[in-house]
Design a protein around this ligand. Structure first.
Ligand SMILES: Cc1cc2nc3c(=O)[nH]c(=O)nc-3n(C[C@H](O)[C@H](O)[C@H](O)COP(=O)(O)OP(=O)(O)OC[C@H]3O[C@@H](n4cnc5c(N)ncnc54)[C@H](O)[C@@H]3O)c2cc1C
Length: 438
């Protein structure tokens, strides 16, 4: 990817030929550290507001080692589709997305199961399966075309200092050595160095599992249907990718991860097929397998002076229900609302009060989604017979009680509760003008 260097960086003249090189500083209204799925989505959401936005990303977009846009796929919920529509980037993403029209949840060895259908919810799809690389490509093309966004990649934020009225960041980059911004957004992932530098702790619960991911082909595909299968070997999600292809996400106990990664393809495909009781006929081809250790991480604060923490740096969830990115995108949508209002009022993007209100407003959804995800992992991993009975009753109840099922489906679709403007498909800048004229 070609690196964009759009910021006008003042070039101080050396007083003498021997004078030491002056550090070059770029000035922004909002500087986003981390251009992964969440940081880049925030930059795209803020692009129409007319602010100077900087994105510092350690790994070049499109490069093989990019940790956010890697071999994984993401289930983008219906609610997240609406946010991407509001940002104006959905058509690019849609061209590489597979619609999920049905979700089938079952517990191996038990009768309980439930199905959710897009038609029952009156929508075209409950969500979409999108390769992470496709999300990265769409976001980086969008950001490069934006006049208000400066992409600095590869560039690393090394240190930060909060000063009166702005944050100053030391960067390791080719031609910019420092940046100053009125607001810094830390979107630097679950191991956030910025969180650490600010002295913000994080609660971490290890699941003792890794998600093994792999693309597969099957003999008898079931188009546009995603499967969530709970079994003693760990939950397996099979996500449709078009024709006979599926993406597998298998949560494997840590003690078995090395063995599962080392299996011959044939044995691996058989183990997956056994999990689904022959529903797909034979599993034919397996792509490369990769493992991601799983933990629940929650930062103890999401605001520190002029620094807001988002994405995995703020909360990182088990991928069992495909909620982590979708939750973060709802954070992004509300933060964009908040900054649009500040901008419309000619205020300071790093002002404490509106940012505190943003953090408070997101608390319920963040806690609810983390508890929901964590409860699923614990209830379905529990080998006690009585817990098995209760979870089967729960699945049957969802199947037999349409109002309960619809409520559950709305949570999965990311459209429960009060929604930020972007999540209602409204462009963020226009929406703030609407509010002003109200
Ligand atoms: C196996 C698996 C499957 C998943 N499936 C789903 C799903 O289906 N649906 C869903 O909603 N969620 C899913 N998730 C969760 C989702 O992947 C995360 O929520 C999302 O990747 C978080 O993005 P992020 O941008 O916050 O962090 P990251 O993806 O970790 O990106 C952080 C970025 O910051 C950069 N960076 C780090 N430090 C610095 C620095 N000092 N300076 C500059 N740049 C820096 C990194 O290079 C990186 O690009 C899944 C997760 C896993 C593990």
């Amino acid at each position: 990817m070609k690196r964009a260097a759009k910021a006008k960086i003042p070039r101080p003249k050396p007083k003498t030929k021997r004078a030491a090189a002056q550090p070059k500083t770029a000035d922004f209204d909002v500087l986003i550290a981390g251009g992964g799925m969440v940081g880049a989505s925030l930059a795209a959401a803020l692009a129409p507001l007319g602010m100077r936005i900087g994105v510092v990303e350690a790994v070049r977009f499109g490069s093989h080692g990019q940790p956010s846009y890697d071999e994984r796929v993401t289930v983008v919920s219906w609610g997240s589709r609406r946010i991407f529509e509001g940002i104006g980037i959905w058509p690019q993403i849609a061209s590489q997305a597979t619609a999920i029209q049905h979700i089938h949840v079952s517990d191996r060895g038990h009768a309980g199961m439930t199905r959710m259908h897009a038609a029952e919810m009156g929508v075209e799809a409950l969500g979409y399966v999108v390769p992470n690389r496709a999300i990265g490509q769409s976001l980086s093309e969008f950001l490069q075309a934006s006049k208000s966004v400066t992409l600095l990649a590869p560039a690393t934020l090394e240190r930060l200092e909060q000063q009166s009225g702005h944050v100053r960041a030391a960067l390791r980059a080719e031609d910019v050595h420092a940046a100053s911004a009125r607001l810094l957004v830390a979107a630097d992932g679950a191991q956030s160095k910025i969180r650490e530098q600010l002295g913000i702790g994080a609660q971490v619960w290890e699941y003792g599992q890794s998600a093994v991911i792999c693309n597969l082909s099957v003999e008898r595909p079931q188009p546009h249907t995603a499967f969530e299968r709970f079994s003693g070997d760990g939950p397996m999600a099979l996500l449709p990718m078009g024709e006979d292809r599926y993406a597998l996400v298998w949560s494997v106990p840590q003690t078995r991860v090395a063995a599962v990664l080392a299996m011959e393809d044939g044995a691996f495909l058989q183990a997956v097929a056994a999990g689904f009781n022959g529903r797909f006929g034979r599993f034919i081809k397996a792509g490369k397998r990769q493992a991601y250790p799983l933990s629940l991480v929650r930062a103890q604060a999401q605001l520190h002076g002029r620094v807001v923490i988002v994405g995995n740096a703020a909360h990182s969830l088990h991928p069992i229900a495909g909620q982590g990115f979708n939750l973060s995108l709802r954070d992004v949508a509300l933060l964009a609302d908040c900054l649009a209002d500040i901008r419309a009022a000619g205020g300071d993007p790093g002002a404490a009060r509106p940012l505190q209100a943003y953090v408070r407003a997101r608390r319920g959804d963040q806690l609810g989604t983390a508890l929901f995800t964590d409860m699923l992992t614990r209830v379905f991993a529990n080998p006690l017979a009585v817990v098995g009975c209760l979870r089967n009753l729960g699945l049957m109840g969802l199947e037999l009680l349409p109002p309960a099922r619809r409520r559950f489906t709305r949570i999965n679709m990311g459209i429960a509760g009060r929604l930020p403007r972007l999540a209602r498909g409204l462009p963020v800048a226009a929406a703030s003008q609407l509010r002003d004229s109200a």
